[in-house]
Design a protein around this ligand. Sequence first.
Ligand SMILES: NC(=O)C1=CN([C@@H]2O[C@H](COP(=O)(O)OP(=O)(O)OC[C@H]3O[C@@H](n4cnc5c(N)ncnc54)[C@H](O)[C@@H]3O)[C@@H](O)[C@H]2O)C=CC1
Ligand SMILES: O=C(O)[C@@H]1CCC=N1
Length: 271
Amino acid sequence: MKNINFSIGIIGCGNMGSAILRGLLSKGVVHAESILLNDIDKRKLEDLSLTSGCSKADLDNLVPNSDYIIIAVKPQDSEKLLKTIASMTVNHTIISVMAGITIEKISKIMGVHTPIVRVMPNMGALVKHSMTAIAFNQYVSNRDIVFKIFSSIGSVLEVEEKDMDAVTAVSGSGPAYLFYMASACFESAKKMGLKESVARELIVETLYGASTILRHEKIKSFNDLIAGVASKGGTTEAALNVFNKKGLNDIFIDALSQAKKRSEELNQKIV
Ligand SMILES: NC(=O)C1=CN([C@@H]2O[C@H](COP(=O)(O)OP(=O)(O)OC[C@H]3O[C@@H](n4cnc5c(N)ncnc54)[C@H](O)[C@@H]3O)[C@@H](O)[C@H]2O)C=CC1
Ligand SMILES: O=C(O)[C@@H]1CCC=N1
């Protein structure tokens, strides 16, 4: 990817902030010298700075020297931080990856004309397979750069901001649902007497194969894909009958709607 001349500040270098950083560097979107890092956890910051070659910076150094500021702290930690950086920003583009916090809330603190991007990536970012949804306010002029930043960690999709809480429930939290399912299959495999190493290999490769099929067969319905596995009167059908009888579909609907509701609640917790 062609290197472009702009600078990025990342505030919050935990799971998501550091995954974005690695994507940016490995895809050559910006050089390490053009990225500044900030985190209240000094040890984490030191380690990441050493391994990435990016400088650490206090906020009063990071903000004036970054064109794009990525906020990757927990939503609950954001209000004080946003208030602190509000007085230092001029023409900066603020990119929030925080669950729940709306563009309206951020602009209330940062100023109404501030260019703001609300982004929802996911943990696929660790292996450059994030599904990242992006919503802009009207003041963002350089959308291409935002797409480039997040293309470095996987796929990107522009969405309407009103859909972001649902997106968060579906793809933001989504990897955890699949890990949960993997864990449930693992427990069940062990109960049936399989060795842990065997069970893990079976589950991991099965998920990998199934997600690869999903990607290749984008136009096939999910039900057709299920039908391709489940023979009439066979083993899969026996398992699916239990899912249906116990209402697993409704459990998913309930669970994801709780995740969406929580995203909305997080927004109520600031200003
Ligand atoms: N982990 C995930 O799968 C996803 C997370 N997100 C969002 O990304 C954000 C970060 O989540 P994670 O990386 O998982 O959390 P994390 O806890 O791993 O990282 C947050 C980092 O922010 C730092 N921090 C806290 N207050 C700070 C402050 N005032 N100034 C500077 N640094 C500060 C913490 O020390 C920590 O290193 C959250 O808002 C979350 O909603 C979005 C999509 C997926
Ligand atoms: O659980 C959370 O709140 C964050 C947002 C999506 C994934 N992790």
